[in-house]
Design a protein around this ligand. Structure first.
Ligand code: ADP
Length: 380
């Protein structure tokens, strides 16, 4: 049955002519057999101009898309050409009209939306380039600044060690202040450098096999003096660590561990700090949407938990402390210093490693920072 006789007594153009969208019907040879008023408005061709012509006269895109669109049963965006040779964007939706293989194409002019999208994409590209340039500039600036700061720290230490002659009490106090501030500045620059490297997509991740127990040992040894200074009871629990040789980036994991442990020391006045390492179960890993490899075993991930008995974090700070330049409140920087960059960097590094970090805490009771990393060698 032909589309024109589909509805007894009703002419097909009666139904389609007043549609808000253009309606075009083509036959099996892709020749236009029906064309409504809106189609005339969009494309400029009158019925007389167009009936009997091939649809290729207006569709600049591959006409095969009509067929794809039919089988996929969804709309698609194509480019088309009007009578005055203007290129426009259209959204089409096709359906089979009848057994004669006629196809009804509903067409909407989306040129305005598409132009807006193109403009936004262009702007987005520009912003990305500006952001990358900014990160590169900050990276090279920080790099240049680090050398003179190393000099200040080095020669400050020379003076403090008495190698330039004995210092008076006042001189020693001033030089100590210079050294302390230069060290803070260096730590800040290192953070900025890391952040801009990550933002510029230049963070190098070197996945290799290494002994994680040995790494934990060297990190905890380096932190022992500060733990002792603050009289904190530091314990490490590796009893559930079955797989010691893991695939990850040793330097990045060291940086993460130092950041989290150094924070635990900084924000704990008394009590204890515990580092526990386990292989987390799959449910926990899945709950954080981590990529689980088809060759997953119950030893495919490691979870590190650092628990302290420090000042704790209020509920509304549990997420925000992982944002850049965020501290729980202003009193923190006054009392403990810092810039609020360490955890932002830690979270970004963990993302690079395919892991995740989170915190559970109770004010004045303490906090537990936990993070999970994948440790299998995954084929690229
Ligand atoms: P910084 O320590 O330089 O301020 P971080 O990004 O490492 O920056 O930490 C952000 C904030 O998170 C800290 O300023 C502090 O408010 C909070 N925080 C981090 N670790 C702890 C902890 N173990 N106990 C309590 N608060 C913490």
């Amino acid at each position: 049955m032909n589309i024109k006789t589909l509805f007894k007594g009703i002419q097909v153009h009666d139904i389609y002519d007043n549609y808000p969208d253009a309606v075009i019907i083509i036959n099996s040879q892709k020749n236009i057999v029906f064309w409504n008023k809106r189609a005339q408005n969009i494309f400029g061709f009158s019925k007389r101009d167009i009936i009997g012509k091939n649809i290729g006269i207006i569709f600049t895109d591959d006409i095969g898309k009509i067929h794809q669109n039919l089988t996929a049963a969804k709309s698609s965006i194509l480019t088309a050409i009007t009578k005055t040779d203007k290129e426009i964007f259209i959204e089409i939706c096709c359906s089979e009209a009848n057994e004669n293989e006629e196809v009804i194409i509903a067409v909407r002019d989306v040129t305005r939306n598409q132009k807006i999208i193109e403009k936004l994409l262009l702007e987005y590209d520009k912003v990305l380039t500006i952001s990358k340039n900014k990160s590169n500039l900050i990276a090279s600036l920080s790099h240049e600044l680090r050398s003179p700061i190393h000099f200040i720290i080095g020669f400050g230490q020379v003076l403090l060690d008495g190698l330039g002659g004995k210092l008076t009490e006042k001189q020693e106090k001033y030089v100590s202040l210079i050294s302390k501030n230069a060290n803070n500045l260096l730590a800040f620059l290192n953070n900025i450098l890391d952040l801009s490297k990550i933002e510029a997509g230049k963070m190098e991740v070197n996945i290799k096999l290494f002994d994680v127990a040995q790494l934990i040992n060297s990190v905890t040894e380096s932190l022992n003096p500060v733990m002792e200074d603050k009289k904190l009871n530091f314990t490490v629990d590796l009893t559930d660590l079955v797989k010691k040789n893991i695939h990850s980036d040793e330097n990045l994991l060291r940086q993460i561990l130092i950041n989290v442990l150094a924070n635990a020391v900084k924000f704990t006045e008394m009590g204890s700090i515990n580092l526990k390492v386990i292989h987390p179960d799959q449910d926990l890993v899945s709950s954080y949407n981590l990529k689980i490899h088809p060759e997953y075993t119950d030893k495919s991930f490691l979870m590190f938990s650092v628990t302290d008995t420090g000042i704790g974090i209020p509920e509304d700070g549990l997420e925000t402390i992982f944002d850049e330049y965020r501290q729980v409140d202003r009193t923190i920087s006054k009392k403990y210093g810092g810039t609020g960059l360490g955890l932002a960097i830690t979270r970004k590094i963990l993302e690079e490693l395919g892991g995740v970090i989170w915190v559970e805490s109770e004010l004045k009771q303490g906090s537990t920072f936990s993070f999970i990393i994948p440790i299998d060698k995954l084929e690229q």
